[in-house]
Write a protein that binds this ligand. Structure first.
Ligand SMILES: C[S@@+](CC[C@H](N)C(=O)[O-])C[C@H]1O[C@@H](n2cnc3c(N)ncnc32)[C@H](O)[C@@H]1O
Length: 200
């Protein structure tokens, strides 16, 4: 296991590293959606409840395989968090959500797993629901964002074109927007925001 992985699996280390950037990553979701209308949220790979506070008014279920993250999230938010490996898809066939959030998760899984999980998510979207994905882009040029993407604990950051193809195969594209996350006067991460509608 990489050293970065071991450190980042610690809740406090992860929160310290991500806290200054969490809202910047979430900003495109706020720009494109009115969260007051959201009724039922599934937060896939929710971590220590990084984005939970945005859904205080809605039904909320956060799933993640790190029990330490979820203990922390439960104490902080008092919401429904379930420890599960997403590869063992935990949701009943009848479960439906109008807002599925997947923030910074898919760069942890290979293409075959990502395709399977995307299909499973398509199946739990309500008719008027959308999936909202934020993920890590691997830029082609040598740069800080490329260095950080290559040294992330997730082994599968992808070029924008690959994200577009992966998401577009599973969902009807509503928004596909590159996002630069800045800090200390520089761009640190290149990300992408995807909003999709279920495909029959
Ligand atoms: C980069 S973190 C993102 C956490 C949170 N969504 C955020 O925005 O801060 C990726 C998350 O995916 C979770 N994760 C990775 N692989 C997983 C799997 N197979 N099953 C469940 N959770 C997984 C990790 O534990 C971690 O919390």
């Amino acid at each position: 296991m990489k050293l970065t992985t071991r450190v980042m699996e610690n809740t406090h280390a992860y929160r310290l590293w991500q806290a200054p950037f969490a809202e910047k990553k979430f900003a495109p979701i706020l720009a494109h959606n009115d969260l007051r209308n959201v009724r039922r949220v599934l937060d896939v790979g929710c971590g220590p409840g990084t984005n939970t506070r945005h859904f205080a008014h809605a039904d909320y279920l956060g799933i993640d395989h790190n029990p330490q993250y979820l203990d922390y999230a439960r104490r902080l938010h008092g919401r429904n968090f379930v420890v599960v490996d997403i590869n063992d898809w935990p949701l009943a066939a009848a479960a439906r959500f109008d807002f599925v959030l997947i923030n910074s998760f898919f760069h942890h899984v290979d293409n075959a797993s990502a395709r399977r999980i995307l299909r499973q998510i398509n199946a739990v979207l309500s008719g008027d629901g959308h999936v909202h994905i934020i993920d890590l882009v691997l830029p082609s040029r040598r740069s800080i964002p490329r260095f950080l993407a290559r040294n992330d604990r997730g082994l599968f950051p992808r070029p924008l074109t690959e994200w577009k193809e992966l998401f577009g195969q599973a969902f009807e594209t509503v928004v596909f927007e590159p996002v630069s996350i800045t800090g200390l006067g520089a761009t640190l991460w290149e990300m992408v925001y995807f909003k999709g509608k279920g495909k029959p």
